[in-house]
Design a protein. Structure first.
Length: 430
């Protein structure tokens, strides 16, 4: 049988076992132990009866000898069939045991001095071990009633002797039934243990999958945070350095360009310091400290305008109220990304208007810039909308919080609209 598949094991006395685990070996209480224990006992009982009958046959009539031999063969055949059969059906085994019991009654009444009752008692014990309680009792009565009638009608045993035989038969039947019940409980415990082990394996696999999903989610969040901080800071530095390059070319003809270059150097230093501060805030957020939110939007707009030359302004409508940290961080990062994109694609001097609106069921941030003549057109902006990682990260952040983000070209330039629920519990927490 292939490894890993449950095996059916059949015990002649107690019946088929449901597929659970491979049976243990070497223990009388195990599945294999039942067979190894009952087979030699049954064989010994049949042998004792056969020897006893053989010793009683000399001097008997031919009819008695023939009847005794047939009874011994029927009893031996019934017991042998019980162990050799691999069928899961109980009816053939029941018939074989009843036939063996009736054959034992015939031997006990025909040859009173022969140990025919051994076969009868063996059939009672086997019926108790092999069948469910109701079927076992019914089958045992089929043997029990003829046994009492045969001894009573034969007149070869007193009522006391018949009663003692009945007590012995009932005791062995009870032992068999108890053994069967104990085995069923053991099989159920083994099956429950197998199910528990399977559930434990599934639980561990589920925990591993959850841990991997959490790790991937955290990696995505860190990627968004790193991009938001570095893109904003480095874009400002690039713009300042580009301005310094142009001023350097004009320095020979325009002494005032040197002062402007110094101003750009100071601006680049401020951008670098702000980027460092944002990085420190991101690291603090990983430790569970306070996250940037709407309260810093005004400062963000002023710093970005000073660093990039944008004409940016922020307006707030509705009743301001505290927001969950994740909602506030999404608003701040979206505004930061939108301002960076406006500075990159609309150019210095472009107008950017940010509108933060508080509503009863959520909060909304709209960023709209007006492109100056000669700046990149809709092709570059479309690429930014659908291929830029920054806005993709903003969209993922919004969806994780149960909100939405739309971005695309407008008649005047480029627009970004972020809608978030008022409570992070309304969306999916990160």
């Amino acid at each position: 049988m292939p490894a890993g598949r449950p095996a059916f094991t059949v015990d002649a006395m107690t019946g088929p076992v449901q597929p659970t685990r491979a049976p243990e070996r070497g223990t009388p209480w195990s599945v294999g132990g039942y067979v190894r224990l009952t087979r030699p006992i049954s064989a010994a009982a049949v042998a004792v009866a056969a020897v006893g009958v053989a010793l009683e046959l000399p001097g008997r009539s031919a009819a008695v000898i023939a009847g005794a031999i047939v009874a011994v063969l029927v009893a031996a055949g019934g017991i042998a069939f019980l162990f050799l059969s691999r069928s899961r059906a109980t009816l053939p085994d029941t018939v074989a045991l009843i036939a063996a019991g009736l054959a034992g009654i015939s031997l006990a009444t025909t040859l009173p001095n022969a140990p025919g009752l051994v076969i009868v008692f063996l059939s009672f014990a086997a019926l108790g071990m092999r069948l469910p309680p109701r079927q076992a009792i019914a089958a045992a009565l089929v043997v029990f009633v003829p046994m009492n009638l045969a001894f009573w009608l034969a007149g070869k045993a007193s009522l006391a002797q018949i009663g003692s035989q009945d007590v012995g038969a009932a005791f062995l039947f009870a032992i068999g039934a108890f053994t069967r019940s104990a085995r069923i409980v053991q099989d159920q415990a083994r099956a429950a243990q197998a199910r528990a082990e399977a559930l434990l394996i599934q639980l561990r696999a589920s925990q591993a999958a959850q841990a991997e999903a959490a790790a991937l989610t955290e990696r995505a969040r860190l990627a968004r945070e790193i991009h938001d901080i570095l893109a904003h800071t480095l874009s400002g530095l690039v713009l300042s350095l580009d301005t310094m390059e142009l001023l350097g070319r004009q320095a020979a003809d325009d002494p005032a360009a040197v002062d402007q270059m110094r101003a750009q150097v100071a601006r680049s230093q401020r951008i670098a310091r702000d980027g460092l501060a944002d990085t420190k805030r991101a690291i603090a957020a990983l430790r569970g400290d306070q996250l940037p939110g709407p309260a810093l939007l005004d400062q963000l707009v002023r710093d970005t305008a000073a660093a990039t030359g944008l004409q940016a302004e922020l307006s707030v409508s509705g009743t301001e109220r505290p927001l969950p940290p994740e909602i506030g961080l999404a608003l701040y990062r979206t505004a930061q990304e939108a301002l960076t994109n406006s500075a990159k694609y609309s150019g210095p001097g472009a107008t950017v208007r940010l509108r933060l609106s508080y509503a009863a069921d959520g909060v909304e941030l709209a960023v709209q810039d007006a492109r100056q003549a000669g700046q990149p057109g809709s092709a570059a902006e479309a690429a930014l909308t659908f291929g830029g990682y920054g806005l993709t990260g903003m969209r993922e952040r919004a969806e994780l919080l149960g909100g939405s983000l739309t971005a695309g070209p407008t008649e005047a330039g480029f627009g970004v609209l972020l809608r978030l629920p008022a409570d992070v519990a309304n969306g999916s927490s990160r």
